[in-house]
Design a protein around this ligand. Structure first.
Ligand code: DQA
Length: 143
């Protein structure tokens, strides 16, 4: 299966961004972990990051017919973006929502996700492992 990984705003700063919350692993390190696991699962991975909401919407739309699943850490857009939610719902590409941190143990404004209801499921709180678990969930999705 081909799996598209999307990371949203500020996730390019992982490694130096609030290490007490997000750890010291960089996004490139995480990509390496995901690619390593993908080999074992026989999955093909495309790994992209953008700080721009519209770019994430474009990528979700383009995934239709090209990827079996999307795994998305939409960062702060999780809590604000009707546009990303509508892209997931509108394209119908099976999507797994992931987060590094346990957003429910953090500020109240992070407790709401606009995406969860249109995703197959949510993985959060496992740091870099959330991405690897997201891949495992994606390849095991039933159509
Ligand atoms: C995050 C959680 C969001 O609330 C935050 O805005 C992020 C990262 C996470 O992976 O824990 O940018 O999605």
């Amino acid at each position: 299966m081909r799996v598209l990984f999307l990371s949203g705003p500020n996730l390019n700063l992982l490694g130096t961004r609030e290490p007490a919350v997000y750890g010291s692993t960089t996004l490139a390190d995480i990509e390496g972990l995901v690619r390593e696991r993908a080999k074992g699962l026989g999955a093909e991975v495309d790994f992209r990051q953008s700080n721009h909401e519209g770019q994430l919407v474009d990528w979700i739309q383009e995934a239709r017919g090209k990827f079996g699943a999307v795994v998305i850490n939409a960062g702060a857009y999780t809590h604000t973006s009707v546009a990303i939610r509508d892209a997931i719902a509108g394209t119908g590409v099976p999507t797994v929502e992931i987060h590094l941190s346990n957003v429910h143990a953090r500020e109240e404004f992070r407790h709401q996700s606009y995406l969860s209801a249109v995703c197959k499921g949510v993985i959060l709180g496992f740091g870099a492992q959330s991405y690897v678990l997201g891949l495992e969930a994606a390849v095991n999705l039933k159509a």
